[in-house]
Each structure stands twice: as structure tokens, then as C-alpha cells.
Design a protein around this ligand. Structure first.
Ligand SMILES: [Zn+2]
Length: 346
């Protein structure tokens, strides 16, 4: 894993997201400068991570080094309006108490959101009880990590008390239904979260555990899963799902005054969806159609900060067009290299 590898993977992801109508993403990964370059080269808005783990990776060796490199990336891209940063302690089982405290302090000083995988699996909750004598959210709340700028990613295995903690601290949830299903993590209790007024946005998780970066697909699954799991067809109706796919995500990132709805004074991050195809006819309620019938293949035009990035289903900017063919070719080289490394056992 290297800067170059992360750049190419991120370009692929940015192009997939843009052509599917995703105008802004929040990432949690290493080599954030590579992801920043990919976002800027393709024209998507990004909230990148100052990722921290307790153990070494090809990016950094110690929590201090992760923080130092992440903060340096934030400094370097300080003047780029489309790029922001968030603190990203990976998960309760990969980050120590001391590191969580340091991250909470930095996040407060720098006014940064905290993106953390939490309560993703039953195993994670069991392990936390054994090792820390507390469930992950209770432990993180005790360390000062849970607040209105916290994004609890996955949040699948939640007790009533866990949900109370999220509500009391005003934290947001990034609900990732396809990843939770594919990894057999479980079904998040979204109806209970919504009933408590908790801000729930929709996430894809990474392409490595999904395998699509497809907000339309996630939104439809999330709505259907919530209805089926609770035995109530009225759960998570289309209008509320559209909010989860747009403004709730912006709110989770602390960006709801800038993006997330069509309002005077906001940035023009816009998606046009062509509802004229036969499989979408007839259209009585466009919002219901967006959630239950349309897919990312119906996205025709996309603007980020008022700049056209997709026009009539084609990438609109010359740089992104060139990158699209270059990176697809480089991806074949990466694919062969990975295959031969696996075959070698090296
Ligand atoms: Zn995840």
C-alpha cells in the first residue's frame, strides 16, 4: 500500500461516486493527501480523515505519527474550498484510551468532526465489555469522544442505553446497510434511532466491503430493510429517506449551512435525475420514485459548487475524462501485481 495505490483507487471511487450522483463524501483511510488529490482532480467535495490506529501500517507507525501526518495534510489543503478534514480514530478495538482522549482534545480545538466505526459487530461489543468493562459507546463517552460532531459509523448493535447516549450527546449515525448485510454484521435499529430524533445519514462503507459506492442503492435498501425488519411499511418513508441521503449527511459533517438542500445562499451541489425512462413511467411522486424506483444509472447531470462535473451522463471536465482512461489502465497493472503477490504468498 502506497500513496500511488491509494490515489488510483480513490480516483476510481471518485469517478464512480460522481457519475452516480454523490457530490460529497467522508472518507476514513490512510494517505489522505492522495485522496485529496484524487478528489480535487475529479471535482468531488471531500471530507478526508486524520486516521489513527494504535498499530503500524505502511502509512505510519505510532498514534503520534498518524496524527502528525494527518494534521500536516490538513494544513497543506487548508485553502482548498472543496476539501475538509475530520478526526478518524479507526474503531474502539484499534485505538487506546489515551489516544481517544488526545483526539477528543484536538477535535474540540480545531472544530473537526470525529468519524469512528462503533458498535459494528456483536463481537466488538463483547470484546469491549471484557477489556474495558463497558460497551464501546459508554467507554467513548467517558473519554470525551461522543458529542454533536461525532459520526457513529455502522451503529448496528445498540442497547436502549447506547441509543440514549447518542441522543443525549447529539451524535449522528452513518447507516451502511449493504456493508452490514454483506459482512453479516447485523441490522441496525434505525426505526428506534429515528424515533429518538437521532440524525441518521446514509453511508456506503468502503468498496472493499460493499462493493458499490451507490447512494441510491443504499437508500433503497435502507428504507426497505427498516420496513421489513420492524414489520411496519410506514417506517422510513421516501421523504425522510431523501433527507437521510442529503441534508442529514451534511448535518453529520457540520456542513448543513453550506450543502445538503436546495436553499438560497448554499453551495450549488446538485444532481439531476432523468425520470423519463420506460422503467420509471409513470411518475406520480418524484420523491417516492427517487427512493424506490430510480437508480444511479438515471443520474444525468451533476454539479459541485456550481461547476458541472457530469453532463448528459458523461464526465464534463477534461481532467476527469483523461484520468478516467488513465486510471482504468493503471488499475489493470495493480490488479496483476496484486494477483501475482497473492500467488507468490509474499
Ligand atoms: Zn466500515
Amino acid at each position: 500500500m502506497s500513496d500511488e495505490f491509494v490515489y488510483d483507487g480513490s480516483v476510481l471511487s471518485c469517478l464512480e461516486m460522481l457519475s452516480g450522483g454523490i457530490t460529497c463524501f467522508n472518507d476514513m483511510y490512510f494517505f489522505p493527501e492522495a485522496v485529496a488529490r484524487a478528489a480535487l482532480d475529479t471535482g468531488v467535495r471531500a471530507v478526508l480523515s486524520i486516521a489513527v490506529l494504535e498499530f503500524p501500517t505502511p502509512f505510519a507507525n505510532t498514534p503520534d505519527e498518524y496524527l502528525r501526518k494527518g494534521l500536516a495534510a490538513r494544513d497543506r489543503y487548508r485553502d482548498e474550498p472543496l476539501v475538509r478534514f475530520a478526526m478518524a480514530p479507526h474503531a474502539p478495538y484499534t485505538v487506546s484510551d489515551d489516544t481517544f482522549r488526545e483526539i477528543a482534545k484536538l477535535a474540540a480545538e480545531l472544530s473537526l468532526p470525529i468519524h469512528v466505526h462503533v458498535h459494528e459487530t456483536a463481537q466488538e461489543v463483547r470484546q469491549s465489555l471484557e477489556q474495558h468493562g463497558a460497551r464501546p459507546l459508554a467507554r467513548l463517552a467517558g473519554l470525551g469522544v461522543v458529542g454533536p460532531d461525532t459520526i457513529a459509523v455502522h451503529a448496528v448493535h445498540l442497547s436502549e442505553h447506547d441509543i440514549d447516549l447518542l441522543r443525549e450527546h447529539g451524535a449522528s449515525v452513518a447507516h451502511c446497510p449493504h456493508s452490514n448485510l454483506k459482512l453479516a454484521s447485523g441490522i441496525a435499529p434505525v426505526a428506534r434511532l429515528l424515533a429518538q430524533g437521532i440524525n441518521v445519514g446514509i453511508g456506503t462503507d468502503s468498496a472493499a466491503s460493499n462493493n458499490r459506492l451507490d447512494l441510491f442503492g443504499e437508500g433503497r435498501t435502507a428504507s426497505l430493510l427498516a420496513k421489513g425488519a420492524g414489520g411496519n411499511a410506514a417506517t422510513w418513508p421516501a421523504q425522510s429517506m431523501l433527507a437521510a441521503m442529503t441534508i442529514n449527511g451534511a448535518r453529520a459533517l457540520g456542513m448543513d449551512r453550506l450543502i445538503g438542500s436546495l436553499s438560497p445562499g448554499k453551495q450549488a451541489d446538485l444532481v439531476a435525475v432523468d425520470l423519463s425512462a420506460p422503467e420509471l413511467a409513470p411518475v406520480f411522486d418524484p420523491v417516492s420514485h427517487l427512493v424506490y424506483a430510480a437508480g444511479r444509472e438515471h443520474v444525468s447531470d451533476v454539479w459541485v459548487a456550481g461547476r458541472a462535473v457530469v453532463r448528459n451522463r458523461q464526465l464534463a471536465q477534461a481532467r476527469a475524462q483523461t484520468l478516467s482512461s488513465e486510471v482504468t489502465a493503471r488499475c489493470a497493472v495493480w490488479q496483476n501485481r496484486i494477483r501475482s503477490t497473492v500467488a507468490d504468498g509474499s
